[in-house]
Design a protein. Structure first.
Length: 205
């Protein structure tokens, strides 16, 4: 049951882009077509899941660990270490996809480099190792499995938001939008209305 709550919370209630406002740049930049938005979403699910898995282990077994017989806490290096891990994982995923599945690489290859600068990936990694969640009124730190599920659900939430937004933008291209609002202005207004719609999920959990 906890996993279902985690998924619903991540996808709808605390949507990474519409509620937490992380990953706004790719959200606006890669949402002109549904096909590109879908490709970005698939790549993000893969990278965010891997990044959370690796950063969770680094946090608990390297940054907070016993070194030379003494308990060491070097969590002040957390952000820079996580950024390096995410950049390395993006490069690794890009190389592996290019070797084992060129077709999938052609579909996702354009979007993979953009993920390195997507703050939603770093945000998810930091959230799962620092934030206390509440299940049944009790504070709870996510374990490894829950952390990976939560981060991948955040990526799915990003995908839901960007695909919906891309569909709206495609429709707006066919609509009679006032000249002063064409392009970025109407896109920002639409994104704001979409964020307001997602606020309706706040009372679910």
């Amino acid at each position: 049951m906890e996993y279902i709550i985690i998924i619903i919370t991540a996808v709808f209630v605390n949507n990474v882009v519409l509620s937490q406002f992380l990953g706004i740049c790719p959200f606006l930049g890669v949402s002109k077509k549904i096909s590109t938005a879908f490709g970005m979403s698939l790549a993000l699910v893969l990278v965010m899941g891997l990044a959370t898995l690796v950063t969770y282990l680094i946090q608990n077994y390297v940054l907070i660990n016993t070194w030379f017989g003494e308990k060491m806490d070097i969590t002040f290096m957390q952000t820079i270490v996580f950024i390096l891990v995410i950049a390395a994982l993006v490069q690794m995923v890009e190389i592996i996809l290019k070797k084992i599945n060129p077709t999938l690489y052609q579909a996702l290859g354009i979007f993979l480099p953009l993920i390195t600068t997507n703050c939603a990936v770093l945000g998810a990694a930091l959230i799962v190792v620092t934030k206390q969640f509440s299940f049944g009124g009790e504070p709870h730190m996510l374990n490894l499995a829950e952390s990976v599920v939560y981060s991948m659900a955040l990526a799915v939430g990003f995908g839901v938001a960007i695909i919906l937004f891309a569909g709206m933008r495609e429709q707006m291209e066919l609509s009679n939008v006032p000249k002063s609002l064409k392009g970025t202005p109407i896109a920002l207004i639409t994104a704001g209305l979409l964020a307001l719609a997602f606020m309706g999920f706040q009372g679910i959990v």
